[in-house]
Ligand binder design. Sequence first.
Ligand SMILES: Nc1nc2c(ncn2[C@@H]2O[C@H](COP(=O)(O)OP(=O)(O)O)[C@@H](O)[C@H]2O)c(=O)[nH]1
Ligand SMILES: [Mg+2]
Length: 268
Amino acid sequence: MRAPSELGTGGEGARARTGGVTHVVLPAFNEEGSLPALLGRLAALARAERVVVWVVDDGSTDGTLEVAAAGAPGVEVKIVSHGRNLGLGRAVQSGLRAVLEVAEKLDVIVVMDADDTHDPRLIRSLTEAIESGADIAICSRFVPGGDDSTAPAFRRMLSRSAAVLFRKILRLSEIHDFTSGYRAYRSELLTRAFGHWGDRLIEERGFACMVELLLKLRYCRPVIAEVPLVLQYDRKRGASKLRLRRTIGQYLKLLVRDRLTPAPYRAV
Ligand SMILES: Nc1nc2c(ncn2[C@@H]2O[C@H](COP(=O)(O)OP(=O)(O)O)[C@@H](O)[C@H]2O)c(=O)[nH]1
Ligand SMILES: [Mg+2]
């Protein structure tokens, strides 16, 4: 990985984007309670920059699809729909694929949770980081200014342990938050990655897909930036969809597989 260059950190006073569209992918499974508020917040952002929201409804059994179709005034909302629940990994992949069919070189693709615990105002910090030279910008709970104190203790432990493990074992010292579901990618980077891996870019069905994507993208030698994330887990309605034991198993398998798999033979 290349060393991060001088990267902007954005924040409240950050300037609006000058070129390109910000595509916001929201993998959503039964999020009818949280989506309206989140779409409202994204609409506020859309007043300042060109934003397209992509809700990936993953076979929800509640009113997620209807809420997404109703949208929010002032922001374009597109829907990608799975007829049945295929899991977070497939949802992220379908969302990225759909965006890449229309995205242009200067566009930025953000993936964030649909549960309204991620503040959309951070999107401007992410796009600023990308415009300043990063290929991936991560909203990180584990850099100065970040905070995860509103999350349950066992979840905090899981994310922290995963971060320590992946950082040490994979020697990826520039990344502090491997499991954050809130990141931005330069569209060109994802086009290149899909060109190499195709649908094998994301094989994990569950929450480990976020780590898997990062591990594969590192072979593209991306510049990576992190911006502080204050997780607003107290805004979460209902239970987390993360299955703790299953996710720990997925992380460990991913780690072993990554260690055993040789780096891609041809340049990515
Ligand atoms: N598409 C899809 N999204 C899912 C699935 N499970 C969870 N999600 C979404 O993934 C995101 C992360 O899940 P969430 O419950 O917020 O996890 P937590 O915030 O880490 O506790 C949310 O936007 C969920 O709606 C799934 O099976 N399919
Ligand atoms: Mg969440």
